[in-house]
Design a protein around this ligand. Structure first.
Ligand code: NAD
Ligand code: UGA
Length: 454
């Protein structure tokens, strides 16, 4: 079966870039991305320098394919009906209420998609899970589809996304692997082949791995858990380095030179952030508990606990450096995004460190080159345990428009995102005479998290 019409539900950090690349590489396929948020669709159809997702290279890809075979639309029913293949790329955050709250994945958006698909489909379709989902979710999706639509055949595939933000376009162009899970039935294998045929337009065949649905769903959670586990492992060792005089960067280099370990994801930091690592590990922990595997659950939970410990430790080190009293102190928060080259701040370590410093009495001067003032203030409202009132915000949270403004007249500078612009080769910190705390290890001579506690 040759696919000519794709619909993707969810125009976020995954749906937007992945579909833009499919459209670019497959000019013979019409790719339409829909979303329930009309403002997002409007922005995807707007000027290339203000797309809702900032990713190096994305504007160029969208610029080439948009209007040719890439479209963004808020017509969900019409585009579901037209498509032969539908990707689900909606968010799957951690549940905040009900059974599994604080751990399990919230599948309400996936379920809503499945209901829409069942409601508006008039012909057989291949449904592709692009979102990261707990193992065996395809079973639930199938139930919803079959309950709500009797005559149509839906084939469900799992095709998790492995892109990292900030390098999404290069990751999509040259993926390490494409994973496709499908049923072992004839129709399942035909659907797998239809998706393989799309990817082979630019991905070498040997990089496309086909498995059963459950392996594919679980491999995504496990991959994120393994990556995050390496960060927590190195971060846990950073504390021991501080006590013993060992240097964490040297340690990391020495460990990573073993080809069996490799150098990636061994950079000690103020802790990982982002919308996925924490939520996916908590989801894995929940699944293990659900299946009665308490020891396995505890093993993975520790990865998140070390991450929390590292974020707290960094904030405490700053506070201790001022003898435990931040009242009247001004602190520059450099970086709000969870990593460089993205405008995404979900679960950013900066949010948690800023909260602790604010709670200790500090006045914050926050600067990020890509995260907007509105997003920063929304994050404060959404993530902080105690939401400051508008007067406190006015007096003690200043969103600055430049690096210079943020560093002007502060007692300390905390570097929380590894933006290139923050590096000493690009910015002269000397003139500010502030203490510099580098949570991203980008300024060697700073008082950084690794040497502070000695
Ligand atoms: P996102 O929040 O950026 O985008 C999700 C979009 O889906 C939103 O625009 C939302 O309005 C829309 N949506 C939600 N419910 C809808 C519905 N019923 N109908 C239409 N639109 C709906 O999320 P994201 O970062 O793109 O992540 C999506 C999924 O991909 C998650 O499961 C995530 O774990 C996974 N993932 C994310 C990344 C990443 O780097 N962000 C990488 C790999 C995998
Ligand atoms: C991560 C994975 O790398 C992707 O493969 C996956 O698809 C994605 O999650 C997802 O499922 O959402 P992402 O979170 O976008 O991608 O970015 P990473 O580069 O993995 O960084 C995550 C966090 O870890 C950042 O805060 C980063 O600063 C931190 N990090 C990364 C470290 O502290 N040390 C490192 O050595 C590497």
């Amino acid at each position: 079966m040759q696919i000519k019409n794709i619909c993707c539900i969810g125009a976020g950090y995954v749906g937007g870039p992945t579909m833009a690349v499919i459209a670019l590489k497959c000019p013979h396929i019409s790719v339409i991305v829909v979303d329930s948020n009309p403002d997002k669709i409007k922005a995807w159809n707007g000027p290339l320098d203000s797309l809702p997702v900032y990713e190096p290279g994305l504007a160029e890809v969208v610029g080439e394919a948009r209007g040719r075979n890439l479209f963004f639309s808020d017509d969900i029913p019409g585009n579901i009906e037209k498509a032969e293949m539908i990707f689900m790329a909606v968010n799957t955050p951690t549940k905040t209420e009900g059974e599994g709250a604080g751990m399990a994945a919230d599948l309400r958006y996936i379920k809503a998609c499945a209901k829409d698909i069942a409601k508006y489909s008039k012909s057989n379709k291949i449904i592709v899970e692009k979102s990261t989902l707990p193992v065996r979710t395809a079973e639930k999706i199938k139930e919803i589809l079959e309950e709500n639509s009797s005559k149509i055949h839906f084939e469900i595939l799992s095709n998790p996304e492995f892109l990292a933000e900030g390098t999404a376009i290069q990751d999509l162009f040259k993926s390490d692997r494409i994973l496709i899970g499908g049923d072992e039935t004839e129709s399942g294998q035909n659907a797998v082949q239809a998706l393989v045929d799309i990817y082979t337009n630019w991905i070498p065949k040997e990089k496309i791995l086909t498995t059963n649905v459950w392996s594919s769903e679980l491999a995504k959670l496990a991959s994120n858990a393994m990556l995050a586990q390496r960060i927590s492992s190195i971060n846990s060792l950073s504390v021991l380095c501080e006590k013993t005089g060992a240097n964490i960067d040297e340690l990391s280099k020495a460990i990573g030179m073993d080809h069996r370990i490799g150098p990636h994801f061994l950079k000690a930091s103020v802790g990982f952030g982002g919308s996925c690592f924490q939520k996916d590990i908590l989801n894995l922990v929940y699944l293990c508990k659900y299946y009665g595997l308490d020891e396995v659950a505890e093993y993975w939970h520790q990865v998140v606990k070390i991450n929390d410990y590292q974020k707290n430790r960094f904030a405490e080190k700053i506070t201790d450096n001022f003898d435990g009293d931040l009242n009247g102190k001004q602190i520059a928060i450099l970086g709000w995004a969870f990593k460089a080259n993205t405008n995404d701040s979900r679960e950013s370590a900066a949010i948690y460190v800023a909260e602790k410093l604010f709670d200790e009495g500090a006045t914050l001067k926050i600067y990020d080159p890509m995260v907007t003032k509105t997003s920063i203030l929304n994050d404060v409202q959404f993530y902080w345990k105690e939401i400051p009132d508008s007067i406190e915000v006015q007096n003690r949270i200043h969103i600055e428009m430049s690096l210079e403004d943020a560093c002007e007249k502060v007692d300390a500078i905390a570097i929380l995102t590894g933006w290139e612009a923050f590096k000493t080769k690009n910015f002269n910190y000397d003139r500010f005479q502030s203490k510099i705390f580098d949570g991203r290890g980008i300024i060697k001579e700073a008082i950084n998290i690794y040497t502070l506690g000695k």
